[in-house]
Design a protein around this ligand. Structure first.
Ligand SMILES: NC(=O)C1=CN([C@@H]2O[C@H](COP(=O)(O)OP(=O)(O)OC[C@H]3O[C@@H](n4cnc5c(N)ncnc54)[C@H](OP(=O)(O)O)[C@@H]3O)[C@@H](O)[C@H]2O)C=CC1
Ligand SMILES: O=C(CO)[C@H](O)[C@H](O)COP(=O)(O)O
Length: 465
């Protein structure tokens, strides 16, 4: 009997849709899930001649052609190690395991080393796009041995999203590089979502906008430079009615944010690598703070909800749009600075222009302005920060006044804008020639003899203050 081209383990949202996507592209796919029900459901619902289901790991592995290519789409963490442990006794040298979940990149580096020592290949492949992306074309970020990549490249590139005829799948680097980029993608996703939520809060609080008004505003914004998947779905969300209450559904959803940890990892790694990403980290903190609902309700009774905003004309909507765009530039600048530093630290030689191009299709942060980011890194691959590029400089300068007006209105009236305000603070620190760290260095030297450097001569100094 002929063997199948590729196998997928894990048939929840992502695995199931990836399996169907791969089968649609003419490949034969074997599927396996820890609990057999999901396999049965998939075969019953959407069985195609290219898809075969198995109920033991052994039969699943035996069904695959050599070298075997097995995609893991299981929960990140222990589930990946459990699955590898079960697979290993049935594999032969040269077989390839492709971890397509949101695994932590440092674990991917460890797993790669361990499996490669046993003669297997391990790929950490970031896949983004949620259910729809997995089914119709996700963004794909593969990390692993570049020569072995040639064996899985045809399948990955066939199923990936394409933008302007270009693939949203590009080899990233060895071992954990693909998962690192997916992690930072998610960190940027957190910041982008937080900024959009703040724009919503400002428009709702200052201009009293209702869900249908906001639907129109976001729909219009999606026609211009803010055009992106997240702005598009936000517009759709504001149009959705709740069947139970007949209110708009967004107004019926509890304001407590969930998270699975990739934003937290991005922030932790940035602290380790010494890169400032306050808008991304602020977005993580805001999700934490949101989950303390009871204390927030008590505090709002204690302190009130801020002061009533002064009347604003509808021009204010345009100012919020500009403030959102400027803040978004800063958030992406932070994410890309982190990738640049990781590239140096881990020796990955990341191609940031290609990475921006991958993000243009299939994934959650896909946005028109990624073309500008791709161009910026194409012109200058070692660009220290996106804010040094002329397109972004012009945008920030043109929108600077509106950005400051919106943030000051929010702060004066007590509207919570941690994303907008951290973005502006990041920009102001970034462009400040002399920060007050001279005083900080003096303080450190005063209490701890930590020494300081001088502006007028070389060397290290200590003073008896
Ligand atoms: N959902 C999304 O939008 C996206 C998810 N991802 C990532 O892709 C991966 C898959 O995501 P998703 O499809 O949402 O599924 P989940 O993250 O919800 O994981 C569920 C799957 O993992 C399996 N599983 C859980 N524990 C184990 C275990 N110990 N051993 C073997 N299998 C186990 C489940 O099997 P069982 O049915 O038996 O419980 C099921 O198939 C995750 O890493 C996720 O972070 C990436 C991009 C987007
Ligand atoms: O990887 C993804 C998209 O690219 C997931 O949708 C993401 O994990 C969602 O993250 P969280 O649950 O932390 O909001």
């Amino acid at each position: 009997m002929s063997k199948q081209n590729i196998g997928i383990i894990g048939l929840a949202v992502m695995g199931k849709n990836l399996a169907l996507n791969i089968a649609d592209h003419g490949y034969t796919v074997s599927v396996f899930n820890r609990s057999g029900e999901k396999t049965e459901e998939l075969l019953a619902e959407c069985g195609t001649k290219n898809l075969k289901g198995y109920f033991t790991i052994e039969e699943f592995v035996q069904s695959l052609e050599l070298p075997r290519k097995i995609i893991l789409m299981v929960k990140a963490g222990n589930a990946v190690d459990d699955t590898i442990r079960q697979l290993k006794p049935h594999l032969v040298q040269g077989d390839i395991i492709i971890d397509g979940g949101n695994s932590y990149f440092a674990q991917t580096i460890g797993r790669s080393k361990e499996l490669e020592a046993d003669g297997f290949y391990y790929f950490g492949v970031g896949i983004s796009g949620g259910e729809e992306g997995a089914r119709t074309g996700p963004a794909i970020m593969p990390g692993g041995d570049e020569k072995v990549y040639e064996l899985i490249k045809p399948i990955l590139t066939d199923i990936s999203a394409k933008v302007d005829g270009e693939l949203c799948c590009h080899y990233i680097g060895r071992d954990g590089a693909g998962h690192f980029i997916k992690m930072v993608h998610n960190g940027i996703e957190y910041a982008d979502m937080q900024l959009i939520c703040e724009a919503y809060l400002i428009l709702k609080s200052v201009l009293n906008m209702s869900a249908p008004d906001l639907h129109e505003v976001f729909k219009e914004w999606n026609q211009g430079e803010l055009n992106s998947y997240l702005i598009g779905i936000t517009s759709d969300i504001f149009a959705k009615k709740d069947i139970d209450s007949n209110n708009y559904l967004v107004d019926m959803i509890l304001d407590v944010a969930g998270q699975k940890g990739t934003g937290k990892w991005t922030s932790q790694v940035a602290l380790d690598l010494g890169v400032s990403i306050p808008t991304i980290t602020g977005a993580v903190f805001e999700r934490y703070l949101s989950s303390d609902k009871d204390i927030r309700v008590a505090a709002s009774q204690l302190y009130g909800n801020g002061v009533k905003p002064e009347q604003k004309s509808t021009d204010f909507v345009e100012s919020v749009r500009k403030a959102l765009y400027a803040s978004k530039i800063c958030a992406y600048a932070q994410g890309f600075s982190l990738m640049l530093e990781a590239s140096r630290h881990y020796g990955w030689t990341l191609d940031l222009s290609s990475i921006a191009k991958i993000f243009r299709g299939g994934c959650i942060i896909r946005a028109q302005f990624l073309n500008k980011i791709a161009e910026a890194y194409q012109d200058e691959p070692e660009l220290a920060n996106l804010l040094m590029n002329s397109y972004f400089k012009d945008a920030i300068e043109q929108y600077g006044q509106a950005w400051r007006d919106v943030v000051s209105t929010a702060i004066i009236t007590g509207i919570s804008v941690p994303g907008f305000s951290s973005a502006i603070a990041y920009f102001d620190s970034f462009r400040t020639q002399t920060l007050p760290m001279n005083l900080l260095q003096a303080q450190r030297d005063y209490f701890g003899s930590h020494t300081y450097q001088r502006i007028d001569k070389e060397g290290t100094y200590h003073t008896q203050w």
